[in-house]
Design a protein around this ligand. Structure first.
Ligand SMILES: [Ca+2]
Ligand SMILES: [Ca+2]
Ligand SMILES: [Ca+2]
Ligand SMILES: [Ca+2]
Length: 209
């Protein structure tokens, strides 16, 4: 009996190794196995599937179930023998800026995704007061260009990290006053993605008088 694999939403040769051959059942033997190698990459793809198919039986056998579908999970729900998890997690790093300069934050993804990742940034006072020590929270911008050639665009609710990208920059101007205030902080929050929940982590932006 012949067997082979075929792409479904998973791609043969990329997400799994193509497998084909012939299974021979010796007299009185009732089962045989074949193996399909699954590729472990670091990109989040979500569940994908392929099929394994049987054909051309000999010796008078017929095929009862000739096709099985296998689903490949990469979100930690795959179960034994592994719990591979490529689910991207968002993080944002602390920065310091000189008063009067713009605070530029980088929001990073732990893993690239084949889908766009959408999140909602928000700002909160630390010892710095939004709108006084910084520009108003409504003036937060994101970089819709590249790091080398930035295109600063006003944030209107959500920010999208395109499929395949692993970071986006946010920018907020700080206010250059003549008052000695010491070092001040404010917080950038990034809230849940629309596609899945990423949790919320707070980071501080510092600016120096
Ligand atoms: Ca894939
Ligand atoms: Ca894959
Ligand atoms: Ca993986
Ligand atoms: Ca993957």
């Amino acid at each position: 009996m012949a067997y082979n694999t075929a792409s479904g939403t998973a791609t043969s040769g990329a997400d799994f190794g193509a497998s084909s051959g012939t299974l021979t059942f010796a007299p009185n033997v009732t089962s045989q196995t074949f193996t399909v190698a699954i590729t472990n990459d670091t990109t989040f793809e979500g569940a994908e599937n392929y099929t394994a198919n049987l054909s051309a039986p000999t010796g008078g056998a017929t095929i009862a179930t000739g096709t099985v579908t296998t689903t490949i999970n990469d979100d930690g729900t795959g179960g034994p023998p592994g719990t591979d998890n490529d689910t991207p997690a968002l993080s944002i790093a602390d920065i310091s800026v000189v008063e009067g300069a713009s605070a530029v934050f980088t929001v990073s993804l732990s893993n690239p995704s084949t889908s766009a990742v959408v999140f909602t940034p928000s700002l909160a006072n630390g010892t710095a007061t939004l709108g006084t020590d910084t520009a108003g929270a409504g003036t937060l911008e994101f970089n819709s260009g590249t790091v080398l050639v930035p295109v600063w665009t006003a944030v209107s609710g959500n920010v999208t990290i395109p499929a395949g990208a692993t970071s986006v920059q946010l920018r907020l101007a700080t206010t250059d006053d003549v008052i000695s205030e010491g070092n001040e902080t404010f917080h950038t929050h990034r809230h849940s993605g629309l596609r899945r929940h990423y949790g919320c982590r707070h980071r501080h932006g510092h600016h120096y008088r």
